[in-house]
Design a protein around this ligand. Sequence first.
Ligand SMILES: Nc1ncnc2c1ncn2[C@@H]1O[C@H](COP(=O)(O)OP(=O)(O)OP(=O)(O)O)[C@@H](O)[C@H]1O
Length: 369
Amino acid sequence: MLSLSLRRRQGDFHMDVAFEAGSGITALYGRSGSGKTSVVNMVAGLSRPDSGRIVVDGKVLFDRDAGIDLPPEKRRLGYVFQEHRLFPHLSVEGNLVFGRNRVPPKDRRIDFDQVVEVLGIGHLLDRRPALLSGGEKQRVAIGRALLASPQILLMDEPLASLDGARKAELLPFIAALAQKFKLPILYVSHAMDEVLRLADTLVLMDGGRAAAVGPLEQLMSDPALRPLTGRYEAGAVIAATVASHDSAYGVTRLSFAGGTLVVSQAEMPVGAQVRVRIHARDIAIAIDPPERVSIRNVLPAVVTSVTAADSFLVDVVLSAGGAQLWGQITALAQAQLGLKPGMRVHALIKALTIARGDVAGRDRGSRQE
Ligand SMILES: Nc1ncnc2c1ncn2[C@@H]1O[C@H](COP(=O)(O)OP(=O)(O)OP(=O)(O)O)[C@@H](O)[C@H]1O
């Protein structure tokens, strides 16, 4: 568990950040200049806060009042940067061994062979970094950081320098790390597709502050946070499990807290954990249960909040069995329906509007997308 509370003035910019990050992947998300890298650098010991405290798993890394400020090499952190920073004169194996040798044998808790296997780099061990693709280099850099048996892994835009295909190749490896090595990860990104795929917890950074911290599904489905999440299209994100495939009709059924969702057939095994993005504009709301309607997803729900987004649109947050859905209807529709918190309604979602890219695999046990 990472717990931090930090203040630092850098030029005109004031950082004043506090949050806690538990197990799994915690994403620091925010626009350029919001302070994401500054947080990671302070945790790593690469820059010094003016005041505050940083604790990882009960170990105090920095405490201004107590006069504690461990140097980077004593912090037991792994750091993966945007660019790989591998040693060019060493082979892949040499780079990995370098990482492992940074810690005395008694403190090594991450197995060399397992790292090689999880990252799929066994066939590259003899090669020099210059002969690797961008994605392969980054996998080796991750392996080197892991083998130093860190208490937490810091990843600062590790995919930013890769093209779309390499990025897609690396995402499942990163998703597998936190679980396979029981290692919390602090992951900096300004790319929402990465964050959706990876993050358990989201820290929304804004102007040097952690403006909101919480489970990703909750923060993404909150219209009030739209100024921070909203460069991305409005909508909810729900956690679900692949329940069945129906090849005859080309559909997949996903089960989630609020019932079953039918989507176009997904290439994922039954039982896989997924995250589904449902765009606010694709939710229609009916007060009475609709009959003989083409829409397959009709979910009973309760209205949680109704807020005008602008003069034309109204945001309606719904709870479907505890899962939060976010719909947008016109102000005209709201004038006729008169939705209020507590009302029982039916959320209608066209299966067609949930595109393949909206269903992201979360099955960290496999390397499948
Ligand atoms: N050493 C420094 N001295 C003065 N100002 C700095 C220093 N380092 C960063 N800043 C400023 O602090 C602010 C936060 O920078 P930071 O790099 O943490 O943002 P970021 O959210 O990681 O941005 P990006 O997504 O562009 O990498 C910026 O306004 C930046 O110009």
